[in-house]
Design a protein around this ligand. Structure first.
Ligand code: ADQ
Length: 471
């Protein structure tokens, strides 16, 4: 059997739990298949620090159960241009439709390319001929092209965890043509939703004049690539078991005791401008303003884990949220009731199911999101006899699958407040019916389905190369 090699920017010990969708999903996959997980070590070498040049630097290797973790350090300047610069200063905002937040510094693309070349040079000698390579996310789009340039002929798949915008927005990215051309070095390219896949098709047809070979296959630059939607899921059984374990149960009991006379609303996010936290706070404020019967009852618990604090747009959003929470609590709070409890930190993963289960409503209202796993976790954690209600942004990839949620436009503050009110007062029969349907979808398309479908498709697809490829 072929060995699976997963490559992503960050690598985590799959036996431990982490916050962040990609780390959680990949840990599930690798724990099942075994193999190698390659990526950045989390360490940067400062200018002037003694030691070998990047190319000669030794790799870090660590066996974690069935998974071999291999990581490399990056020079500070390369890391800044690759990670903070092109990946999170250009690709992340533009892929999330936020052209206004992008920093189009021409130096970034060079650092991004250099880091990808270094990843390729370090990974190449570790590969076996029959390895299956699965590369993840926007940090590493050109990695297959760099590996091919070094002679790799293995099957290589790519999965984009974030949305792909329509061609007009995509074309705002400096180097967009180079970036999309690099996708043709893969055998299979996967997206979260049909919408993202359709944007890819439109782009390659219009900008790369690719030939449509049917059934998701495209031909351009003397290569073919297979593309499709593979919506990511969660490990449902694992999350159910987590909810039944002692920490999950204790959390549930503590929350239901503490808030016995209240109705809890919950939001759990990385602190990121794509998650729509200020809009969510404003909708909650409108709920209290327009539907006063919810005052003294509805309590929003918002957990936002620290994320990418070295990027300016992230500190701005932090201050905005703190000020909104302060003003809502100041205007509506009572001596014995605080409308919003905001925590800027992680919740230990074993406690999450208990927190979700104790909540009547989840607010998952990103302005744009590739998928959003919190929406799925919330549904799975509910008591089927008395389930809570999911208020979900129609701009999350999850909305394509989770049609029985209350779908909202998070920019429309009043409409979102109406939906939250509806959720808080939804009759139990309707809650059960919606929950049953949502749970069935989430179970059917869980993380194992995602992984198996992607890898099976990859195993049956190999790019055809004819003539001289552009590489
Ligand atoms: P993220 O943007 O990180 O992931 P998401 O899908 O919601 O978003 O995953 C977050 C994960 O981290 C969930 O498992 C959640 O429970 C956990 N988490 C988040 N905040 C936490 C907190 N404060 N405390 C504890 N745990 C927390 C990216 C894309 C998404 C896509 C995933 C997977 O942006 O659109 O769904 O990858 O592909």
């Amino acid at each position: 059997m072929s060995r699976l090699v997963v490559v992503s920017n960050r690598v985590a010990d799959p036996r431990k739990t982490a916050a962040g969708g990609l780390a959680v999903a990949l840990a599930e996959v690798l724990n099942n298949t075994g193999g190698m997980w390659f990526g950045w070590s989390g360490k940067t070498i400062e200018p002037g620090e003694p030691g070998p040049h990047a190319q000669e630097r030794p790799l870090h290797t660590h066996q974690a159960g069935p998974v071999k973790l291999v990581t490399m350090d990056l020079d500070r300047q390369d890391y800044d241009a690759y990670y903070g610069g092109y990946s999170n200063g250009v690709l992340w905002p533009v892929f999330h439709y936020r052209l206004d937040l992008a920093d189009f510094d021409p130096a970034y693309i060079t650092g991004y390319r250099k880091a990808n070349q270094l990843f390729a040079q370090k990974l190449r000698p570790l590969l076996r001929d029959d390895d299956i390579i699965w590369i993840h996310d926007y940090h590493l789009i050109p990695l297959a092209a760099e590996l091919r340039a070094l002679g790799c002929t293995q099957r290589i798949g790519f999965f984009l965890h974030i949305p792909l915008p329509p061609p007009l927005i995509l074309a705002a990215i400096p180097g967009h043509d180079w970036l999309i051309r690099a996708l043709f070095a893969y055998d299979l390219v996967g997206f979260q939703s049909n919408a993202d896949h359709e944007h890819f098709c439109r782009y390659v047809q219009a900008e790369a004049h690719a030939q449509d070979l049917g059934r998701g296959r495209w031909r351009a630059f003397n290569r073919t690539v297979q593309a499709g939607a593979f919506p990511i899921g969660i490990d449902v059984d694992e999350f159910v078991a987590l909810g039944q374990a002692s920490e999950g149960r204790e959390m549930y009991e503590r929350m239901t005791r503490e808030y016995s006379r209240r109705q809890l609303l919950v939001g759990v996010d990385r602190l990121d401008y794509s998650k729509g936290l200020p809009h969510r706070m404003q909708a909650f404020r409108s709920l209290l303003q327009n539907f006063p019967e919810n005052r003294r009852v509805a309590t929003l618990i918002q957990i936002a884990s620290p994320s990418r604090e070295e990027v300016d747009a992230y500190t701005d959003i932090l201050h905005e949220i703190e000020s909104l929470c302060g003003s809502i609590n100041g205007n509506y709070g009572e001596l014995d009731w605080m409308p919003v409890r905001y925590m800027h930190r992680n919740v230990a993963r074993p406690r999450l199911p208990g927190l979700y289960r104790a909540s009547r409503v989840a607010l998952v209202t990103p302005l744009r999101d590739g998928m959003n796993l919190v929406a799925k976790e919330f549904v799975v954690a509910q008591d089927p006899a008395d389930p809570g209600v999911l208020v979900l942004s129609r701009f999350a990839g999850a909305a394509e699958q989770l049609k029985e949620a209350l779908l909202v436009n998070p920019y429309d503050i009043e409409a979102t407040a109406n939906a939250i009110n509806l959720a808080l007062h939804m009759p139990i029969e309707e809650r059960r019916t919606r929950h049953q349907a949502l749970l069935a979808t989430i179970r059917r398309c869980d993380v194992h389905w995602w992984c198996n479908t992607f890898l099976e498709t990859l195993a049956h697809t190999q790019a055809e190369v004819s003539g001289t490829p552009w590489l």
